[in-house]
Design a protein around this ligand. Sequence first.
Ligand code: CP
Ligand code: NVA
Length: 317
Amino acid sequence: MDVSSYKPKGKIEHKHLLNLLDYSPSDIYEILHLAGKLKTALYKGKKHEYLKGKTLAMIFTKSSTRTRVSFEQGIFQLGGHALFLSSNDIQLGRGETIRDTAGVLSGYGIDGVMIRTFKQSDVEELASCGKFAVINGLTDDFHPCQALADIFTVYERFGKLKDIKFSYFGDGNNMAHSLMLAGAKTGMNVYICSPKGYEPNPEIVEAAQKQGNVTVTDSVEEAAKDADVLYTDVFFSMGQEKDPAKVKALMPYQVNSDVLALASKDAVFMHCLPAHRGEEVTEDVIDSTRSIIFQEAENRLHVQKAVMCLLMNKKHR
Ligand code: CP
Ligand code: NVA
């Protein structure tokens, strides 16, 4: 199956989007299908206020441009309302527990909480204690919304996901984890190309390999050869200390014109952003016509609107 042959059901059997591990291929196709419909509706100027009167709280304990703006604009376009809750301003940042925060927000009738934070276990605790949908807006381990927007972008570009060679270069981080889950579940051939010592979490690799084709390699040539998509992310994720040894290890995994030359002639470059030109990618690649970074960033809006529609219209109380 691929997105185009999927028959939408208008629902998914999940209350939350925490990590993609428990999402089936059909759940993912459902999201991508609805994202396409919502994108078309927006472009045609058609109203699509499917979340009228609903409230999304957005908790951030790390910085953000794309996640914050796309969720806030997304819920607005769906007729709902967003509350931006920076941990600098709310009591969570002064040690109030996740459990108490969840209990309080539940009492105010919040329908969904998007949370960006460090520990995955905090996101999971929020989901288990609150009476609302929880959407993971990035943790140290996962970034599911970005990965869903990324595969939606690949689908738009190539008209399919099955058998696309999708190669990620660099740190085996939250992006690598979410991309291999999303890619494996949708029939892509995912390559994670990382140096020794910076590979993705082996438990997540094993989980992804049970669902599809994932190869972990330290060979840039193997990953880049005939690839349809070249993807990279920063050397240092939010919250990580700069470390010269890591820079030295990751520099040979930079996506540059030599890497691009090994890829398929129609290959595209992707990056979740923010990017550091001269580190994980060179200017001549990220600023070239092969780069689809702004289409990718825009698709965060459409895909997250689909996620919100599918999760926030449910009864959580
Ligand atoms: N890609 C992404 O999540 O960007 P922000 O950190 O700006 O939200
Ligand atoms: N790996 C990066 C992704 C940013 C969107 C980080 O966690 O900082």
